[in-house]
Ligand binder design. Sequence first.
Ligand code: GLC
Ligand code: GLC
Length: 660
Amino acid sequence: MIRSSENGHLDEHRFEADLTLRRLQPRLEEVWQHTTIDDAKRHEFELRLAEHWRPLFSLLFRLYGTRYDFFFHVEQVLRTAAKAWADRADDLCQQDRRRLNDPDWFQSENVVGGALYVDLFSENLNKAREHVGYFQDLGLTYLHLMPLFAVRPGDNDGGYAISNYRSVDPRLGTIEDLRLLARDLREAGICLVLDFVFNHTADDHQWAQRAQAGNREYQEFYYLYPDRVMPDRYERTLREIFPSVRRGNFSWHDGMQQWVWTTFNSFQWDLKYSNPAVFHAMLEELLFIANMGVDILRLDAVAFIWKELGTSCENLPQAHLLIQAFNHLARLAAPGLLFKSEAIVHPDEVVKYISPEECQISYNPTLMALLWESLATRKVDLLTKTLEHRHRLPENTAWVNYLRCHDDIGWTFDDDDARAIGLNAYDHRQFLNKFYTGQFPGSFARGIPFQENHQTGDMRISGTMASLAGLEQAVEENDPHKMELAVRRMMHLHGITLSIGGIPLLYLGEEWGMLNDYDFVNDPAKAGDSRWIHRPKMKWEFLAELDAPVDAGSGSIRKRIFEATRRMIALRKTIPALAGQSMELIRTDNAHVLGYLRANEGNRLIVLANFSEQPQRLDGNLLRTVGMGRFFEDLIGHKTFATSEDVNLEPYQIVWLKRV
Ligand code: GLC
Ligand code: GLC
């Protein structure tokens, strides 16, 4: 039988894998004997080991097989996984079993996500527990809490410079508070999503401190160089992620008299995964976090975790092997856990992280960027061209569809996709940057530049959803017509992420149409990073506006946005056709209207979305063939459409059509 190359690798190391496992059996026994695990639970692990061992071994072999101490590391890794499973709490194990029986649990139409900063939203973890009802009321079943672990003092990149993965930032609470919040969320049917910031630690993490103190073992945890020889050789092929903070990818450390690899800020030290001790140390942190009751781990900055001279050091094959190895270990020790990939890179590379064996879910940065692109151009050609060949994913995986998050917007579409519809990608990105920073004549957007690179002309965009969609300008000009259009744009975008296939993810604050917060410049730890403009503090007084009469000034706009958002989320959950990932584009013969069909187990829904502020028309017959019916009801606006007539869409209208 001929096997695929993947399985070929698997087979190549099969005999060594089996032999090693036999040799390790007594070590495994030792682990069990030091815990209180019962026979049944132990048996479950052994069954899963039978399934995952060979591929895991093969991955580790390809990463570290040339090391003299390879078998020592393999043993450590296996023991750590076994110990984590033995320690895993009963309720989590029960949930694991349910998910193993229902591997598509996250594909349900009931899954709707939200992301927030604990401090900005509710001060601390204990207060967040008081808001579980708010999340439920909004309809969330998935909650991503931005990094909440102990961080270095001063600038910590919004929590992404972690100094200890096992303790919570004391300003937010304790590990115990986190455990309690996780439990409350679980009881409320809400999954907890936390970051696994594994590309780098803060410069004051214990490992980094030991390295600074001269400890050789820990100096091997990072990429350190005594002079510019290697850094310069690497720099030839590297890009700069935060060029306005610091040029290049290395930072000089006075104490050590060494250059440190720092892809992001100079205080975020990249971990050296070519050292298997780093892999093992981070596995321990991963499984510790998983056992706190985390359902989904957001793997931060996946693209950067492996470096190789002469390459861009992004998206290297070994990065995939590494994540796959982590994934097999998670299947063993915390099988209900999902990995979510954060790869904000070229679309060809984004999909490579997505498979049941690697990351089961992934941000969809291409869709995000192209929805904003279509809003600016009022045309759906690039969006359609891209969706045609880029939306489909392997079985048992899903996109996470979002509009804004705590990061900037980068125009990560494919240049060839752009060329195919007659666009010059460079010029088009320049146009989008101008448009979203409000410099293009007639633009409704109020974004600001992020990491403008004058050398390359590259720039990304910061700003909240509402400010980018025109609400800030409209409110400032006190223009009711512009306000109307801005609200429609927002609901239009939500209408797509809630229906296009995958997990919709709100960035909290969107439900109130929160505007840019320009105050960040007054905080020296934030002033240099314009992403803080779209990280505003929640204002709980907004809730009172829900009871206020409709004409209560700007409060009424917020009320309208909140209620419309909540209604649309609730509506999604009543539509079985919205489960899963399959999506087929529909020909609309109208340059401004996106159309697609969602089908799932005999249920169908047609979505039409008008990206322009002009009314649009399309031939009703186009629906007939895909929907195989004559009458359709719009579940959002409750209007009936007949395929024998023209379908008329109002400015920015989105319809979810069901056959009647
Ligand atoms: C991720 C985060 C971003 C952070 C970076 C470095 O991309 O989303 O906020 O700056 O990683 O950790
Ligand atoms: C880059 C990185 C991404 C990170 C972002 C932060 O786009 O690819 O991982 O989130 O920078 O701005």
